[in-house]
Design a protein around this ligand. Structure first.
Ligand code: GLA
Length: 744
């Protein structure tokens, strides 16, 4: 039973949540029915523990060494810390009530346990069948504010993950309460030395792993950009000092939300650590009228005692099985060729058909027409919002083009940026008030565009109408949904002055509503989210699209770092990855065509170049790459991912491995970034194999598109404990190799 509850003779209740390898314990306290955190970590047999939470013996404080409220409040391990009553660490919950007071409290009222998992209205969330998970709801009350606060915990039976969110109900003491901070989760840790991992980045440099020791005070990442962002990521890992890829305690927290967030760890005066996550309270103020309920987005927490790799594999399994809904989740995605870096805005029907003709002969399966096909958009200064085909470029329109592409045996996809409006557009001329702006201020322009006010019903209806009309106008199999600027000047001409603090969250809800309607009305559409590269690569978007464009930087060397950081949480099947043009448009670097293919294979796989113009020797390699994708994609999509070496750490080479769930098959990719004198092989210790099984090892040959005929045969134990010399041509930089391992 994943959830057990026990009431002791003093009527205090203990709650124990068990996943296969982890246990989470809370209990109500004698004082005021406070709910206190007791334990999170490796699975325990029973719910009895020593008094870890210092509930009985608070530490000595100058204010007195008797048990008294002031010292209790500031050290008790609150499960959902409230505001203003003596806990000076950061809180999860504050309000502004009609008297102007901000304090909140949480006293246990009731709980209930049931099979399965509830959805969260209007928000993306993990899901689970009754036989897969059990949910515990603990409701507390704040009588002074007339609020009921419910903490939701869904425990997955076969995955070391717990999904958590919070709902707040105004029970009517006040007609309206302003919620100024409602975080989704808090977890307390006691007394150990920890490191943290955050993911940081920038445009074309998203989700780079940043590990450092956790010192005293608050350490956080956040976004106020209206999207999860390039710069910081809604994710935090707390890990023991000795934790590495394969060993040690690791706790990962990931926010299923695509807007403003905060992810924070705070080490207190008593060496406890409070980890919290939720909607960023800055610029957030939600009016909760009597009888209304506010629901937060959810946080996924994962525990692993098998190091960082264990955490990663749990996130991958959970997201593949219990978050992504698309029917493409379990299928090979068509190999696409996108014209963005091939032509930028400079294309027409003829050019696209010439690319498609050549691509189809080489085995590429879908042409995606990127930005620039609508309005009079010949550069990025106009036309967003005017979703009418530019017939000067696309003679015959979308339908003609799609039909011609289909005749070549290829599918056809398009790019749109539905959340935006260009000042130079008919839409803006008709509805200037549809843009997010502040009256009396000159709004900041970014990429010459504004953001549509998706808190408005009329804007949502118009936008959905446009997307739907376009998708129905031709045989369109794929949509790249882009979002190329962050929110500034956050004001709505529709919301009244009391409601302006709701705009950021309402915007996000608007995006979710649009995407929900899209996937419902067009269930066969392959949707790829994108945001100036990977600024909205988060679990919220994965609920709608099975893949997300990872980064505008497609240089395979930069991608090693970007894909390592992204795959720390997200399955390989979700990472949009293409073979790029060279010299690469972001870095100017030239890399072997084969290596570009190996790195893109670790994602969705496609091409972003003008296939009619690349060198003949590269073009000749495409059929082999296509064969490689078809041979290995199933394994890449469904397997367990292991990190063998990290270029981010060693600055020389990178290596990763994917092992099938039944351990009969594995694929190892190596990229030797910096060539090294006297190196003809790299010693690699494989992971995740069955030590008893015998395996055959065969290198893939990128020239023939086939594996070598006769491979070496070795037992799993020798491959993992003694290792293998992965041979190859490592003379020169950027050389890669692919090794396929099969049960003998
Ligand atoms: C963003 C995307 C690119 C491309 C351009 C088009 O930057 O990340 O892939 O679609 O927009 O304007």
């Amino acid at each position: 039973m994943p959830v057990t509850c026990y009431t002791d003779e003093k009527k205090n209740i203990r709650f124990k949540l068990d996943t296969p390898a982890s246990t989470y314990i809370m209990q109500t306290a004698d004082t005021d029915g406070f709910l206190l955190h007791v334990y999170y970590g490796r699975r325990l047999k029973s719910m009895e523990t020593d008094d870890l939470g210092r509930i009985e013996q608070h530490p000595f404080l100058p204010s007195g060494n008797e048990r008294e409220r002031c010292s209790f409040m500031d050290c008790a391990p609150f499960e959902y810390p409230t505001h203003g009553l003596g806990d000076y660490r950061d809180d999860a919950f504050s309000v502004l009530n009609e008297n102007g007071h901000t304090a909140t409290s949480f006293s246990y009222l009731k709980h209930r346990v049931y099979k399965g998992k509830p959805g969260i209205k209007g928000l993306p969330a993990t899901f689970g069948k009754e036989e897969e998970c059990e949910t515990l709801e603990i409701t507390g009350e704040d009588t002074a504010n007339g609020l009921e606060i419910t903490l939701f915990y869904t425990v997955f039976e076969n995955t070391d993950a717990i999904a958590r969110h919070v709902s707040i109900k105004n029970t009517g003491r006040y007609k309206n309460i302003k919620l100024t901070k409602v975080l989704s989760s808090c977890t307390e840790f006691y007394g150990d030395e920890y490191d943290t991992i955050f993911l940081h980045g920038s445009w074309a440099r998203e989700r780079i792993i940043d590990r450092k020791p956790l010192g005293y005070g608050k350490h956080y990442v956040s976004s106020l950009r209206g999207e999860s962002s390039h710069q910081e990521h809604p994710f935090i890992t707390l890990l023991s000092k000795d934790a590495d890829e394969d060993r040690g305690d690791v706790y990962g927290f990931n926010f299923v939300y695509s807007g403003n967030f905060i992810a924070q760890a705070e080490k207190s005066q008593f060496d406890t650590v409070r980890v919290m996550m939720g909607i960023n309270p800055v610029d957030f103020c939600w009016n909760l009228k009597a009888g209304e309920v506010f629901e937060t987005p959810e946080v996924i927490s994962v525990y692993s005692h098998e190091g960082i790799g264990g955490m990663t594999r749990t996130f991958h399994d959970l997201y593949r099985n219990n978050l992504i809904r698309s029917r493409y989740r379990d299928c090979e995605r068509p190999i696409l060729i996108n014209n963005w870096e091939a032509t930028y805005f400079n294309f027409d029907t003829e050019k696209l058909i010439s690319i498609a003709k050549q691509a189809s002969e080489l085995g590429i399966e879908m042409l995606v027409m990127d930005d620039g096909w609508f309005g009079h958009r010949d550069d990025d200064s106009s036309s967003l919002g005017d979703w009418t085909v530019n017939e000067e470029k696309l003679k015959g329109g979308l339908k003609y083009l799609a039909d011609e592409i289909n005749k070549l045996g290829m599918k056809f996809g398009i790019w749109m940026e539905p959340e935006m409006i260009s000042p130079d557009s008919d839409l803006y001329r008709a509805h200037p008030d549809w843009a997010i702006q502040l009256p009396d201020r000159k709004a900041a322009m970014s990429r010459a565009q504004y953001v549509l006010d998706l808190s408005r019903r009329d804007v949502i209806e118009y936008t959905f109408g446009q997307i739907s009309r376009i998708l129905k106008s031709a045989n369109i199999s794929y949509l790249k949904w882009d979002m190329n600027r962050q929110l500034t000047d956050v004001g709505s001409f529709m919301l009244d002055k009391e409601e302006q603090g709701e705009l950021f969250h309402r915007y996000c809800l608007g995006v979710y509503e649009l995407q929900e309607r899209l996937v419902t009305e067009f269930p066969d559409l392959l949707l790829e989210n994108c945001s100036g590269g990977g600024a909205r690569f988060d679990p919220g978007m994965l609920y709608y699209s099975p893949q997300i464009w990872t980064s505008d930087d497609q240089d395979p060397v930069e991608r090693l770092k970007i894909q390592q950081g992204t795959a720390l949480i997200y399955p390989l099947s979700t990472m949009g990855a293409h073979v790029c043009d060279c010299p690469n448009h972001s870095t100017g670097r030239t890399t072997p065509f084969a290596t570009r293919g190996y790195v893109a294979l670790a994602g969705t796989f496609g091409y972003e170049l003008d296939v009619t113009r690349i060198p003949e020797e590269d073009r000749r390699m495409i059929p082999a790459q296509v064969a490689m994708y078809h041979k290995y994609n199933k394994l890449v999509r469904n397997g367990d991912y292991y990190r063998v070496a990290s270029y981010l750490e060693n600055r020389e080479w990178d290596c990763w491995e994917v092992v099938s769930k039944d351990k009969t098959e594995a694929l190892v990719t190596i990229v030797n970034v910096i060539g090294r004198v006297n190196y003809k092989a790299r010693l690699i210790k494989l992971k995740g194999l069955n030590p008893q099984k015998k395996y055959v090892l065969k290198y893939f040959d990128m020239n023939t598109g086939d594996e070598e005929k006769n491979g070496m045969t070795l037992y799993g134990d020798a491959l993992m404990y003694a290792g293998i010399n992965m041979t190859g041509d490592y003379h020169g930089d950027f050389k890669g190799r692919l090794l396929h391992i099969n049960e003998a």
